[in-house]
Design a protein around this ligand. Structure first.
Ligand code: SIN
Length: 280
């Protein structure tokens, strides 16, 4: 089989054909997929009727499993989480704020894999924003205000007991198995502008939300700057809108893109199974 790589024509992303993810992959093919992943940042594999064994095997081609705090794995698996919303659910859409996965960790995960299980008839797209393109095109005056800054990351706004997915949210009847905890109060610093650990390409790492402040700046200065930055990071010019199909796997590079879930499927269920790829 020959790997076929077709760029989406949007700010990032490519569709990959010529590979059967239900079967073991040769090292050469994995290397080709990894190269495409580093170039396009989001890979979309259509027509792949994979199960969770396949999802775990494919994940492991690209690194160790990442550590997933605050989300309980599905029954019988240690590394697969369900991104779930029931048809009658009225809780806020999970992960609708722009973010890069678990950026509050000391070594955040390299990537994430998400496979479609149940899809609504419309809506529920996932947005990806290319953070290399956003930095490349950034006006010099904004960039000058960001150079050298260390961002303070924390999971406290979503996952602390008082957070968006905390005790009050649990009481609303969210179907996802989220485990808020005081551990979410921890902080971790990462450079706001940094080289991609594998390609060296400069980019913006993280977004307000998991980023709760900037070292050396008062919140009165940091928060407006982070909001201004988010507006730049997520301009349409840098965004790929991913529309899900049955039997589809998507694998993205958390070091290169922000992502965000979207709604628009009220009255319908949506279920995806997710793994994270740790740094090698
Ligand atoms: C996620 O951030 O892992 C979920 C994305 C989605 O539901 O589209």
């Amino acid at each position: 089989m020959t790997l076929e790589i077709e760029a989406t024509g949007q700010a990032c992303g490519a569709r990959i054909r010529g590979v059967d993810l239900t079967r073991p992959l040769a090292a050469e093919l994995v290397a080709g997929i990894r190269a495409a992943w580093l170039e396009h940042h989001v890979l979309v594999f259509p027509d792949q009727p994979i199960d969770d064994d396949d999802l775990e095997r494919v994940t492991r081609y690209f690194g160790p499993f990442g550590d997933d705090p605050f989300l309980a794995p599905i029954a019988g698996r240690r590394h697969v989480a369900a991104i779930r919303r029931d048809a009658d659910e009225t809780t806020p859409i999970f992960a609708e704020a722009w973010h890069t996965d678990w950026s509050f960790q000391a070594t955040p995960p390299a990537g994430t894999c998400l496979r479609s299980v149940v899809l609504p008839p419309r809506g529920g797209d996932t947005l990806f924003a290319n953070q290399h393109a956003a930095l490349d095109a950034m006006p010099a005056d904004l960039r000058a205000r960001l150079e050298g800054l260390q961002a303070i990351h924390s999971a406290r706004l979503p996952y602390a007991p008082t957070g968006a997915y905390g005790d009050a949210d649990q009481a609303r009847g969210r179907s996802m198995d989220i485990r808020p905890s005081e551990a979410a109060l921890a902080e971790q610093r990462h450079p706001l502008l940094r080289a991609h650990p594998e390609t060296g390409r400069p980019g913006i790492f993280g977004a307000i939300g998991y980023i709760v402040g900037l070292e050396g700046l008062d919140d009165a200065d940091a928060i407006p700057l982070l909001k201004e930055l988010l507006a730049w990071q997520t301009r349409d010019a840098f965004v790929y809108r991913h529309v899900w199909e049955p039997d589809m796997l998507v694998m993205w590079d958390n070091r290169s893109v922000l992502h965000a879930a979207t709604g628009g499927y009220e009255g319908h269920a949506r279920l995806l199974h997710r793994t994270t790829i740790g740094e090698r």
